[in-house]
Design a protein around this ligand. Structure first.
Ligand code: CA
Length: 360
């Protein structure tokens, strides 16, 4: 018996040895990749940028140092909203940003970040991973030579910081607000004057009165950015961004040069970032909200029901209009709506009913 086991063991060694001499994996094992990633976020910006630095660290560790990624903040190698062009053209191998920033180039991409009154984090992840969402995401980015993976989610955001009260839909008329994506189009439809600014420019714009209102993400970021010093009212809920996904963007040529095992590592690390980002926000938003209210005496204000109804109506009109912009946008919108019809009755029965039962 012992001898037979020894022979079997020797056989395994021999096969492994033959693979080492003849096989491509041994060649790949020697090849090292040094990549650059640019983000749309300010340097050391919590969760978004630091999350990508942690992503790079995990990839380096999982690959035994074969894939090393240096992460640059927005503005270091390209403007914060220049990530799409830099990754598409191959100036850098990777980027981290949100699809809705590219609505001007490709309106079909907006739905992959979020839609007003659309999916929560849990729902959009169900769409991406088990509802055909990732396949559709890859299809839509394909003409731009970009491969993307969901790699962070904010959860439900706050409604934003306002220097003018919103008591009825009429208060949106002429309101100068920083708000991106489809939500911004809804505000514009309500008569607002919508602008898109990166994180680094928000505080000054609000403080100087260049804008009357802004939204960013939620209490944790908002506390750090100091918006409570520049605005009177903090509104909720973030009807316009109920679970925004940010993406890891990879230049296709660079991606195709990676051996399959490194591709698998990147994909796994992106999925991990998708979970970790949401968990970090959920863990830290509550404490920050408490600090804003108790220490800085921020006035929390819920949007009136009539305003929510009005925005909901305008959202339906806006999404229909956007869908009419191209065949691709129609295709994404219909896939989004079809999955909503599948997932929402279940969410109502599970999360919704449970939250109500819990008194939340
Ligand atoms: Ca936002």
């Amino acid at each position: 018996m012992k001898r037979r086991e020894f022979i079997k063991g020797a056989g395994v060694c021999a096969v492994a040895g033959a693979g080492f001499i003849a096989g491509a994996p041994a060649v790949h094992a020697q090849q090292k990749f040094r990549w650059k990633m640019i983000t749309s976020w300010p340097p050391r910006f919590p969760v978004f940028h630091t999350g990508m630095e942690q992503f790079a660290k995990r990839v380096r560790s999982m690959s035994g140092g074969r894939l090393s990624i240096r992460v640059y903040a927005g503005g270091e190698l390209a403007p914060p909203l220049g990530v799409f062009d830099a990754v598409s053209q191959g100036t850098v191998e990777m980027g981290h940003s949100g699809s809705y920033y590219w609505a001007g180039k490709a309106p079909e991409l907006q739905f992959f970040t979020t839609a007003p009154f659309g999916f929560t984090a849990q729902q959009i992840n169900a769409w991406f991973y088990y509802g055909g969402g990732i396949e559709l995401l890859h299809e839509m980015y394909s003409p731009f030579n970009i491969i993307t993976f969901p790699a962070m989610n904010t959860g439900v955001q706050m409604g934003g910081w306002f220097n003018k009260k919103i008591e009825s839909m009429a208060d949106y008329k002429g309101l100068k607000m920083r708000i991106p994506g489809l939500g911004g189009k809804v505000v514009a439809r309500a008569g607002g004057n919508v602008v898109l600014l990166p994180a680094g420019e928000l505080y000054t714009a609000l403080e100087r009165g260049t804008i009357d209102a802004l939204e960013w993400v939620g209490p944790y970021h908002d506390l750090k950015l100091g918006f409570y010093r520049a605005a009177n009212y903090y509104y909720y809920p973030g009807w316009h961004e109920p679970g925004s996904t940010l993406e890891l963007m990879i230049n296709r040529k660079a991606w195709e040069k990676l051996p399959a095992d490194l591709q698998a590592i990147v994909e796994a690390a992106a999925a991990q970032s998708n979970i970790l980002g949401l968990a970090e926000f959920d863990a830290k938003n509550g404490a920050a909200l408490n600090e804003l209210v108790t220490k800085y005496k921020v006035k929390l204000t819920r949007f009136p029901d009539d305003v929510m109804k009005g925005l909901h109506k305008l959202t339906r009109e806006t999404l229909e209009e956007e869908a009419g912009k191209s065949a691709k946008t129609r295709k994404v919108y219909e896939a989004f709506q079809k999955f909503a019809a599948q997932v929402e009755p279940w969410s109502r029965m599970s999360e919704g009913a449970f939250m109500t039962a819990k008194g939340l």
